[in-house]
Each structure stands twice: as structure tokens, then as C-alpha cells.
Design a binder for this molecule. Structure first.
Ligand code: SAH
Ligand code: SF4
Ligand code: F3S
Length: 484
């Protein structure tokens, strides 16, 4: 198994292999030797802390980094006062970006007192040239910098970092490579994210993701199925399929393989009981997908369908390639096929040129669709995107007012929707013993809402039908119904 690669049989005195992933296994063995030497000298294992700062795709990448570090022999810690700290960064909005510089200041202070400490930065923010320039000139204490395209080379880069005292920097502009079979340390034993594709080709005019994640590439269905089968054997019952636009999965293959078909194949894996996916771009959502979802009792009736704006004029400026009417029609079709479907969304407020009338359209869609929940964002100008060059940026006070109004509306609707489920019987996947009250366990509904029920640790990782007895805003108290 790839999670149990026998590193001790690799001869680290020979030349490194050129083929992947074997080359990386070789460097993992080299790093393990370094860890053993560290242990002898210090009479303890070195501690590593992986900090994830981005979306679920970044979180999955962080699990890969953690898996590699664990295989090498590092002890895992959540505390940043460690021997090795790596930030997996996000740059989708300016505030994500600023946070990194702030936290680096704090790490620097710790490193001054512990000069042996090593600091690494990777992820989306590192794919921006101006960021790397700033780090090179003002943050010389950082030991290793790499990007999103060469993440699979982490063992090799780590080995090089451990050997030298200067900054190691390696950023690729793009890649068509997908390296499989590297170790992964899953955060939960019973549920897991699964990458089905990387990158994005949509170039929404405000968005930096296509520039930092590169062109869209899908993993082969066989590789995805093999990974999920292994996970299932290992106790995973719920998978979340991840991609920036899962609805265009498989379109770049010589023989296209539609997303709906991939879902059907995953459904065949016995031990997998729940399937989720994100994100769906409205323009690519197929009728086949709606049919497959409606007919399935494993695919959660939950769809995250980003709206971004309700104004057709703004949607065009955003290069989203659907209109307000098309979006509403799609939502209607989905609800018709699945009356119990939970719909969630992302909305940006204050895109350049947004007028009161445009904003009113957004509110109108929010009221018509009645989202179960929505992430609302203040528009953030990202250097290098077409929207950054657009004139008539909306003044801050107006954006703020619209944002507050939207948030209020979204929360009001979500609370009413949550209340409507009270009294119903729904399945939850039990995830943990309640931290405050050990007589309760906590699980999630298909729509991801949290439910607390009386229970014990033996229920973790199982699906249980519960009566939702009491709604407390965004979570519930319930009770398992006796199995018949
Ligand atoms: N691929 C997904 C979204 C990925 S980014 C999709 O197409 O929906 C997650 C969310 O961040 C987006 O849906 C958008 O609402 C928000 N976002 C992206 N760029 C942004 C920007 N420049 N300013 C504010 N929000 C942004
Ligand atoms: Fe960004 Fe649009 Fe791609 Fe989503 S689909 S990642 S918003 S460019
Ligand atoms: Fe952020 Fe990169 Fe995800 S920019 S949202 S971590 S793809």
C-alpha cells in the first residue's frame, strides 16, 4: 500500500530514480535518515506543523503534506512552536493573503530564539511573482518556498532544504502532470475529500484561481475509483469529490468521461454510503447529473451552486456565462427533480460597476431560490485579473451596506429553512462525541447541518436515522429512531 511504503529498503547512497513517484520515495527515505539523526542527537522526534489556509482542495493538499511528513518520521503537532512549520496558503481574496505576512512575523520571533527551526510556504499565494519577490527581499528567514504545481515534489524539496542553509525556491508556471500514489494523512477516519480534477479554465474575471492553479486536468476514473476503494476498505463511508468545476470533469480526455457517469461508478462501491461533491458551475450542470442525483440514495441531495451575482449585466462582466433567468430556471429544475434538495451558494458583493439595481437582482434571486445557506464575500481586487483593471470600483461604504443587507437576508431565509426540517426524520453521519456533553454525539445531515443526539463513541462513522426534535438556529437536537 502506498501509505506503507517501505522506505528502509531504499538505497539512499545510489543515484535518485528519475521516475515518479519512486523519485519522491527515495527522497522520503533520505529525509527519514535525517529525522533519525535528529532523534539521536536530541533524544526526541522533530515536530512538524502543517497549517492549511485555503479551500477544501488546499485542505486535501495539506493532508498530502502531512502524510509525507508522517511517513518520514516527524511527530505531528497543531502548535506552530515546532521544528518545522509549513503554511499552505490561499490568495483568493486579499485578506487571506495579508494573514500570511502577519503570521510570518510571529514565526520569525520564535525562530530567532530557536534558530534550528525551519519554515516553509506553499500553495496558491506562492504562484504570484510579486509575493515571492516580497518574501525574497523582506522575509529571508523562510527556508523553503514552492507552489501548487510541484507539490508532489515536497519530499525532494524538503531534503534539499534540510541540507542547505539558504532559501530554497522552486515555482513552476504550470503543469500537465498528475502524480499518484503519494502518502496521505486523512483528518477523519470515516470521511475524506478526493480530488477528481485540478485547475480551472473558466477565467471568471474577478478570480485568481486559474492563474495560480493552472489549466484544468482531470484524474483518470480508474485512479479515482482505486483511491476510493482503498479508503472504503480503510473505514471511509463518505467521500467529497473535489474540483473547481466538477461538472466539466473528464471533458479533456480523448474519450470524454462525464461527471454523472463517474458518480454512478462510485456509487457501486459497496462500503461508500454518502457521496458529496463541490463545486458545480451552473453553466455546465447537465440534465444527466440531475437525473443521477435524483435517482441515487448515496449522493447527498445537496448542491453548492455559486450564484456570484443575480444581475445578468454583472454576470456578463464576471464572465460567468449564464443569465439570471437561466440560473433561476436551473434552480427550479433541480427543485422539481429533488424537492428535498438543499441549495447553497457563494455571492460576491461590490463587483466593479455594481449598481443598486444590480444588487436588487441579487436579493431577488436570493429570495426566490431560498438558499439553505450562502457564503457572502466582499469583492476583493486581485492583481492580474481582468476585473482589477475595471473602472468604477464601488465605494467601500456602499459595498459594506449592501453586504450587511445581503447577509441579513441570507440568514433570515436560512433560519426559516432550517426550522422547516423540525419534526422530520433524516439520516445523519455521526462524526464525534460532543465536546461539551459526553452523553451526546454530533453528526451531519445531508445538507451538512449539525445535529446532536444522545449516543456514544461506538456510533462514530455510522449513518443513523434521527428525528429532528428541536432547531436552534443552525443546528438541531434530535434522537435516533429505533431500527425496525
Ligand atoms: N470554483 C468555484 C469557486 C472557487 S473560489 C466556483 O466557481 O464557484 C470560492 C469563492 O470565492 C467563489 O465562489 C467566489 O464567490 C469567491 N471569490 C473568488 N474570487 C473573489 C474575489 N476576487 N473577491 C471576492 N470573492 C471572490
Ligand atoms: Fe474562479 Fe470561476 Fe474557476 Fe470558480 S470557476 S475557480 S470562480 S475562475
Ligand atoms: Fe484559495 Fe487556492 Fe483554494 S486561492 S480558494 S486555496 S484554490
Amino acid at each position: 500500500m502506498y501509505n506503507e511504503i517501505d522506505l528502509d529498503i531504499i538505497d539512499i547512497n545510489s543515484e535518485p530514480p528519475t521516475e515518479e513517484p519512486f523519485r519522491q520515495y527515495y527522497f522520503m527515505a533520505k529525509c527519514r535518515k535525517w529525522v533519525k539523526d535528529f532523534e539521536q542527537k536530541n533524544e526526541r522526534l522533530p515536530k512538524a506543523c502543517v497549517v492549511n489556509m485555503g479551500c477544501q482542495m488546499n485542505a486535501r493538499d495539506s493532508e498530502k503534506l502531512a502524510g509525507i511528513l508522517e511517513n518520514i518520521g516527524y511527530e505531528r503537532t497543531d502548535c506552530e512552536e515546532a521544528d518545522f512549520v509549513i503554511y499552505n496558503t490561499c490568495t483568493v481574496r486579499e485578506n487571506a493573503n495579508n494573514k500570511v505576512y502577519g503570521r510570518l512575523g510571529y514565526l520569525h520571533a520564535y525562530k530567532k530564539k530557536h534558530p534550528q527551526m525551519k519554515i516553509a510556504l506553499c500553495g496558491c499565494m506562492m504562484q504570484e511573482a510579486h509575493v515571492v519577490e516580497r518574501l525574497k527581499s523582506s522575509y529571508r528567514f523562510v527556508d523553503l518556498i514552492f507552489g501548487t504545481h510541484n507539490l508532489f515534489k515536497f519530499p525532494e524539496l524538503l531534503a534539499s532544504m534540510l541540507e542547505r542553509s539558504e532559501m530554497t525556491i522552486e515555482i513552476w508556471q504550470d503543469t500537465d502532470k498528475i502524480v499518484e500514489e503519494l502518502p496521505i494523512d486523512r483528518k477523519y477516519p470515516f470521511k475524506s475529500g478526493v480530488n477528481i480534477m485540478f485547475g480551472c479554465n473558466n477565467f471568471c474575471s474577478y478570480c485568481i484561481v486559474p492563474y495560480v492553479r493552472g489549466r484544468e486536468r482531470s484524474r483518470r476514473p480508474q485512479e479515482i475509483l482505486r483511491e476510493i476503494e482503498r479508503m472504503a476498505d480503510d473505514g471511509v463511508v463518505e467521500v467529497m469529490l473535489l474540483g473547481q468545476n466538477v461538472n466539466s470533469y473528464g471533458k479533456t480526455f480523448d474519450e470524454p468521461f462525464p461527471f454523472a457517469r463517474l458518480l454512478q461508478e462510485i456509487e457501486q462501491i459497496d462500503k461508500i454510503q454518502r457521496i458529496r461533491f463541490m463545486t458545480s458551475h451552473p453553466k455546465d450542470l447537465s440534465l444527466d447529473l440531475i437525473e443521477v442525483m435524483a435517482a441515487s440514495n448515496k449522493i447527498c441531495h445537496h448542491l453548492h451552486l455559486p450564484l456570484q451575482s443575480g444581475s445578468t449585466r454583472i454576470l456578463e462582466q464576471m464572465n460567468r456565462r449564464y443569465t439570471k433567468e437561466q440560473y433561476l430556471a436551473l434552480a427550479g429544475r433541480l427543485r422539481e427533480a429533488m424537492p428535498d434538495l438543499a441549495l447553497t451558494t457563494d455571492i460576491i458583493v461590490g463587483f466593479p460597476g455594481e449598481t443598486e439595481a444590480d444588487f436588487a437582482d441579487t436579493l431577488d434571486v436570493v429570495r426566490q431560490v431560498e438558499y439553505d445557506s450562502a457564503f457572502t464575500f466582499l469583492y476583493s481586487k486581485r492583481t492580474g485579473t481582468p476585473a482589477a483593471l475595471m473602472e468604477n470600483q464601488v465605494p467601500e461604504d456602499i459595498v459594506k451596506r449592501r453586504f450587511d443587507q445581503l447577509l441579513q437576508e441570507v440568514q433570515h431565509i436560512a433560519a426559516a429553512k432550517a426550522e422547516r426540517l423540525t419534526g422530520q426524520v433524516r439520516p445523519i453521519l455521526v462524526e464525534e462525541v460532543n465536546a461539551q456533553d459526553a452523553s451526546l454525539v454530533t453528526g451531519r445531515l445531508e445538507n451538512n447541518s449539525i445535529v446532536h443526539i444522545p449516543g456514544d463513541a461506538s456510533m462514530i462513522g455510522t449513518l443513523v436515522d434521527v428525528t429532528l426534535e428541536e432547531c436552534r438556529g443552525f443546528y438541531y437536537y434530535g434522537r435516533a429512531i429505533a431500527a425496525s
